[in-house]
Design a protein around this ligand. Structure first.
Ligand SMILES: Nc1ncnc2c1ncn2[C@@H]1O[C@H](COP(=O)(O)OP(=O)(O)OP(=O)(O)O)[C@@H](O)[C@H]1O
Length: 284
């Protein structure tokens, strides 16, 4: 199977918000990082993928299935920030319940993950800290060895050490080229480390989905005078902010900008830079 997820023309309308004509692909064996400002529509998109909400148009194919009612949910691991779990249970109790309910549930793997994340088997879920709960949700999503992982801000409450461990786990997880991950995160540096491609959602529209290396190579932050900037091809200028007599401009083609302005300084743009410039452009 070429794509774990293939979305074409997805539309979803709420009273004050619309997802419009969204195309998104998660090739099998890859990690796709899903970024966008608060309220951009990431969670809405993820919920549509695993059939938790009705959509108003477009098609969604997940693991070869286009009907959300027929989707084999045991093949999908989902971690949402607000996902619900019985508060009065302990991980040990969850392990034995899931063993009897969830096909493919691997008790040994669950226990191993609890140990890795330093979670106590006998601690009530309601007594866990925010980060502990997130680690617990991750362990639960991973223990049935799904082919597709959908993570919504799953690493945001974790300390840097555990976040690093989770990222390593995800890298290993896709190594056999049969597993895939779609993960939204505001910690864009994490995505720069693990994602194969980056999909950027802005106000309900997908601005782009690009190979991570190509994205980081193509985009740059140019620093030059207003006169120099004037001479630059407007098609590669995304947005500009003025600081004193200097202009800082996000360019979408660093090589072309270098050819046009060989003396100007052009730094690498991070995903965070790219998002800040695009958001700033709207405010102008
Ligand atoms: N059930 C709902 N009814 C009405 N509006 C909704 C509903 N669910 C989401 N929305 C709206 O859809 C928009 C997108 O929300 P969504 O949660 O998808 O954004 P997000 O990109 O995940 O944001 P964040 O990064 O803050 O989590 C918001 O304006 C939100 O208020």
């Amino acid at each position: 199977m070429e794509n774990a997820i293939c979305i074409r023309g997805l539309c979803k309308h709420y009273k004050d918000f619309s997802l419009e004509n969204l195309d998104l692909t998660v090739p099998t064996g890859t990690i796709v990082g899903f970024v966008g400002e608060n309220g951009a529509g990431k969670t809405t998109t993820l919920k549509a993928i695993f059939g938790a909400i009705h959509t108003d148009g477009g098609s969604i194919e997940v693991l070869g299935c286009t009907d959300p009612n027929r989707l084999d949910k045991s093949q999908i691991g989902v971690v949402m920030e607000d996902s619900f779990f019985y508060e009065t249970l302990t991980p040990r109790q969850v392990n034995s319940i899931m063993k009897s309910l969830q096909p493919g549930w691997d008790s040994g793997e669950f226990t191993r993950l609890l140990n890795t994340y330093q979670l106590l088997e006998k601690k009530l879920i309601k007594d866990m800290s925010k980060g502990m709960r997130m680690k617990f949700r991750l362990a639960t999503a991973l223990a049935h060895k799904p082919r597709l992982l959908i993570l919504d801000e799953a690493t945001s409450g974790l300390d840097p050490v555990v976040r690093g461990e989770v990222l390593d786990y995800l890298r290993d997880y896709i190594q056999d080229e049969n597993h895939s991950v779609l993960m939204s995160s505001h910690i864009t540096s994490d995505l720069e480390k693990v994602a194969d491609s980056i999909a950027y959602l802005h106000k309900g529209k997908l601005l782009f989905q690009m190979d991570r290396d190509e994205l980081l190579e193509k985009y740059g932050v140019l620093r030059c005078s207003p006169e120099q900037l004037e001479a630059l091809d407007h098609r590669i200028k995304v947005a500009t902010r003025k600081t004193g007599f200097t202009c800082e401009t996000l360019v979408s083609d660093t090589a072309a900008a270098r050819r046009a302005l060989p003396d100007a300084v052009i730094d690498r743009a991070s995903i965070e830079d790219i998002m800040q410039f695009y958001t700033g452009r709207d405010a102008q």
